[in-house]
Design a protein around this ligand. Structure first.
Ligand code: SF4
Ligand code: SF4
Length: 67
């Protein structure tokens, strides 16, 4: 199963990864990082197909995908 690693401290909560994930794996969480942004969490990791779209779209390079 793929693994999605999100560097919560780098996330700016822009939502690009959430919008562009074809499988609706990601969503903005309720917890905030030290900069006050609600960072993204993988809510539905079982659906991830490791396409890396989220990682490519992230302007902060906060996402790593491992197959
Ligand atoms: S790798 Fe693809 S399927 Fe997995 S979370 Fe990222 S965009 Fe969604
Ligand atoms: S694209 Fe990057 S910075 Fe934007 S919400 Fe997703 S993880 Fe956070």
């Amino acid at each position: 199963m793929p693994k999605v690693e999100i560097a919560s401290e780098s996330c700016k909560s822009c939502g690009y990864c959430v919008r562009f994930c074809p499988k609706e794996v990601l969503s903005v969480g309720e917890r905030v990082n030290s900069k006050g942004y609600e960072y993204v969490v993988p809510r539905n990791i079982d659906a991830c197909v490791a396409c890396k779209m989220c990682a490519v779209m992230c302007p902060e390079a906060a996402i790593e995908i491992y197959k």
